[in-house]
Design a protein around this ligand. Structure first.
Ligand SMILES: *[C@@H]1O[C@H](CO)[C@@H](O)[C@H](O)[C@H]1NC(C)=O
Ligand SMILES: *[C@@H]1O[C@H](CO)[C@@H](O)[C@H](O)[C@H]1NC(C)=O
Ligand SMILES: *[C@@H]1O[C@H](CO)[C@@H](O)[C@H](O)[C@H]1NC(C)=O
Length: 331
């Protein structure tokens, strides 16, 4: 009797402790659902049939030293070339065109003794497109992961996302940062009409829900273009299911705007900035160069008279020489 009584009270006290905590656990799980098993990942140019023009314009082995690495948010394509003991530099492409944009610049740097790392950002070229927000965080961690993968402790950096990367991971860079007509402090009034449409919540919804493609696919709907750069943009937009979302999300959440504080950080870190800008840039107008100089006094501006936004393609020698001189003058 006494034993039974004590075991009943034992059960009772266990259930008094266990049941409420079980309920609390359920409530907790309901309030903070476990993350979905996996973020959906859309395929890259690597998924296109071999007769797609992308394979002849921008093949997987466009540069030497190509490789894939699998990261938590998908597979990433990178190329590593130039003398192994050269100064390390990573070149990052911009919003819509993958690493092909460095076609006439990167080989010149390698030829001048630099060890060059180029890669495709998530959602572009041969890198997979995770179905998520294309924030500065996604981009900077992609590069940090890539640098640990290739065992680079620090490197010079030039191109897209260079500002947020150098401000977020100063110890992974040499403090020398080159920006080529970079976005970062764009005002929405200057984002082109398309970009404004693309970055609106409605189009975000359309792009991410996959209901309608026609809006964004206008980018990809045109005739095949004889211009290889335009053609790669068209093919990505028309045939890669994650590309339009990657662009739209980058415009909305990515490091195109709101980088004032990153520039201030670079200034406090005493970073050395090289700005290369065309006077006829109607994507990121030339006056932004002066704005950035206002934020980072230790910056040098190279003006390309009459240059448009695509300076690495239109003026590769000017860009390559400027990068070589800028980065050579350091340890
Ligand atoms: C992609 O993400 C959106 C927004 O989070 C979601 O509604 C959609 O179902 C996702 N698509 C896939 C294939 O998981
Ligand atoms: C970054 O580098 C600075 C200067 O070399 C050093 O003082 C600091 O401890 C480093 N920070 C980290 C997190 O390694
Ligand atoms: C400007 O950059 C040079 C070269 O990297 C550096 O030696 C100097 O300390 C920097 N000056 C300021 C004020 O940040």
């Amino acid at each position: 009797m006494a034993m039974m009584g004590s075991s009943i009270s034992k059960y009772l006290s266990i259930s008094l402790i266990a049941v409420p905590s079980f309920i609390l656990l359920l409530r907790f799980l309901a309030a903070f659902p476990l993350p979905p098993e996996d973020v959906a990942v859309y395929p890259s140019l690597a998924s296109l049939p071999k007769d797609s023009r992308s394979w002849s314009i921008y093949p997987e082995n466009f540069y030497e030293g190509g490789n894939y690495v699998r990261f938590p948010f998908g597979r990433v394509r990178y190329w590593l070339f130039g003398p192994e003991d050269g100064q390390k530099i990573v070149l990052v492409h911009g919003l819509s065109v993958p690493a092909i944009i460095w076609k006439d610049v990167a080989p010149q740097l390698a030829g001048k003794g630099f060890r060059v790392l180029v890669y495709d950002l998530y959602g572009r070229g041969y890198s997979d497109a995770p179905n998520m927000s294309y924030s500065g965080c996604l981009y900077t961690t992609q590069l940090a992961l890539l640098m640990q993968h290739v065992h680079w402790e620090r490197a010079h950096i030039g191109g897209g996302i260079a500002t947020s990367f150098a401000a977020t991971f100063p110890n992974l860079t040499t403090g020398k940062v080159a920006l080529i007509a970079s976005t970062g402090i764009m005002e929405s009034s200057d984002l082109s009409r398309t970009s404004k449409v693309m970055s609106s919540p409605v189009v975000q919804y359309i792009a991410s829900s996959g209901i309608v493609h026609f809006f964004l696919q206008r980018l990809g709907a045109g005739e095949p273009s004889p211009n290889p750069i335009h053609e790669i943009v068209r093919i990505q937009s028309a045939f890669l299911p994650g590309y339009n979302n990657a662009l739209a999300s980058s415009l909305r959440h990515g490091p195109l705007r709101g980088l004032q504080s990153s520039f201030t950080t670079l200034s406090e870190l005493k970073s050395d900035l090289l700005l290369i800008w065309g006077t006829a840039d109607n994507t990121v107008p030339y006056r932004y160069a002066a704005k950035i100089q206002g934020l980072v006094p230790n910056s040098t501006l190279l003006t390309v008279q009459g240059g448009h936004h695509d300076l690495t393609v239109s003026h590769p020698d000017i860009v390559a020489n400027a990068l070589i001189n800028f980065f050579h003058s350091s340890k």
